[in-house]
Design a protein around this ligand. Sequence first.
Ligand SMILES: Nc1ncnc2c1ncn2[C@@H]1O[C@H](COP(=O)(O)OP(=O)(O)OP(=O)(O)O)[C@@H](O)[C@H]1O
Ligand SMILES: [Mg+2]
Length: 152
Amino acid sequence: MADERRPILIAYDGSDCAAAAIDKVAAEFAPRKVVVLVVSEELDKVPFLGTAGVPVEAETMELLTDAARKGAQEIADKGAERAYGLGLEATTAVYEGGPVWSAIVEAAEEHDAALIALGARGLSGVKRLVLGSVSSAVAQHSKRSVLIVHGS
Ligand SMILES: Nc1ncnc2c1ncn2[C@@H]1O[C@H](COP(=O)(O)OP(=O)(O)OP(=O)(O)O)[C@@H](O)[C@H]1O
Ligand SMILES: [Mg+2]
């Protein structure tokens, strides 16, 4: 944790809360190295697609997967730009396949992250809950330090 060469992993889904997590990490830790991670869930797992629902041809599935991958990379790039603008040394990572919390925990291991930062809530933003399922599960399952940032 004291080792400043280890990066901080910021889990980013493009939500306001996740942006607040970037801002908080920058305010507290800039010019730290950070990895902005977006997890894109496998399309197979989308209930109405592929093996689970409407049959989709392999080629179509490939096109959809490519589009999802590109979308995830674009979100990661936006997050990294925000981080860079706030003085952090940012790189990006896109992981495929869920559950999202488990991909985040795994990415933290692979990058030997000193800290995992996430927003309290994300895109689905059910306001009556203090924590979303991803932030709760990461806090429960990771042995690394976790910073959960509450947006305004
Ligand atoms: N696909 C994802 N990739 C990377 N980080 C994510 C992803 N989804 C969520 N996060 C991180 O987790 C934080 C909390 O989001 P979470 O998904 O837990 O809340 P929610 O969307 O409000 O609720 P839920 O998804 O449980 O309905 C986000 O601010 C972001 O930091
Ligand atoms: Mg969510």
